[in-house]
Design a protein around this ligand. Structure first.
Ligand code: C5P
Length: 229
């Protein structure tokens, strides 16, 4: 069985949610969103290490959440993230110890199913990289800077990408090092790997694995976790 290190970026400010507490630390049904998210990964068999990137202010809180949520023998570390998500993950990668695979999962996706994480691990073992996503529900348009539509790509080839995104450790390390050297900024981890020519496969997940981004997402998360409001 391959060993897996999990990186959780949790250093965002949560501007779009318009909330005083950063999203991962908001409590729903008595637990922080980060804790709900971690509970989806603890049953994963090869999981050996968890690294969480957070703001300096929430470092201690992240550590106490890890102590509460992870098995006592799990190796974990919390560190200060960077300006962008990509910088937070770059910092976290420096702390990953021995691992065959590295999984990156947003702190604010607490509904990922463990069975989907396991499938993603299997595909990453096979081809080197795998990301969870869902077929696009809506027709996606490409627009120019004036919002004039320039293309309507065929929907059957369009998927919305979620996390986890899982890669062989050396591939992800190389991708992040090259992106840093070449000042490339991507909006997900896979784009950094794809640009080097490595194969990354899509693994079908569920629409319930949404990212808590806007106030309506927080409302939905509360409903799904049995808390009204
Ligand atoms: O901002 P966005 O919704 O894309 O953030 C996705 C994840 O990345 C969140 O869990 C957030 O806390 C994290 N993040 C981070 N460092 C940043 C920005 C976002 O760890 N500088």
């Amino acid at each position: 069985m391959n060993s897996v290190a999990l990186i959780i970026p949790a250093a965002g400010s949560g501007e779009r949610l318009n909330h005083s507490i950063p999203k991962p630390f908001i409590e729903i049904a008595g637990k922080s969103i980060l804790e709900h998210t971690l509970s989806r990964f603890t049953p994963v068999k090869g999981l050996r290490q968890v690294v969480i990137a957070t703001s300096a202010e929430y470092l201690e809180r992240a550590r106490s959440i890890c102590r509460a949520a992870l098995p006592p023998d799990m190796d974990f570390g919390c560190l200060v993230g960077g300006e962008q998500r990509q910088d937070s993950i770059f910092n976290a990668l420096q702390q990953v110890k021995e691992a065959d695979l590295v999984a990156v999962h947003d702190a604010v996706r607490p509904f990922v199913e463990t069975v989907v994480i396991d499938q993603c691990i299997e595909v990453a073992e096979d081809v080197g990289g795998a990301v969870v996503g869902v077929p696009a529900k809506d027709t996606i348009k490409k627009v120019d800077d004036d919002q004039v539509i320039t293309d309507t790509p065929e929907r059957k080839y369009l998927w919305q990408t979620q996390t986890p995104q899982i890669f062989k450790k050396e591939i992800l390390n190389e991708a992040y090092a090259k992106a840093e050297q070449e000042h490339f900024q991507g909006t997900d981890d896979s784009s950094l790997v794809e640009r080097l020519g490595y194969t990354v496969k899509m693994v079908k997940g569920n629409h319930s694995n949404f990212k808590i981004t806007y106030p309506v997402d927080l409302k939905l998360a509360k409903l799904l976790l049995g808390e009204s409001g």
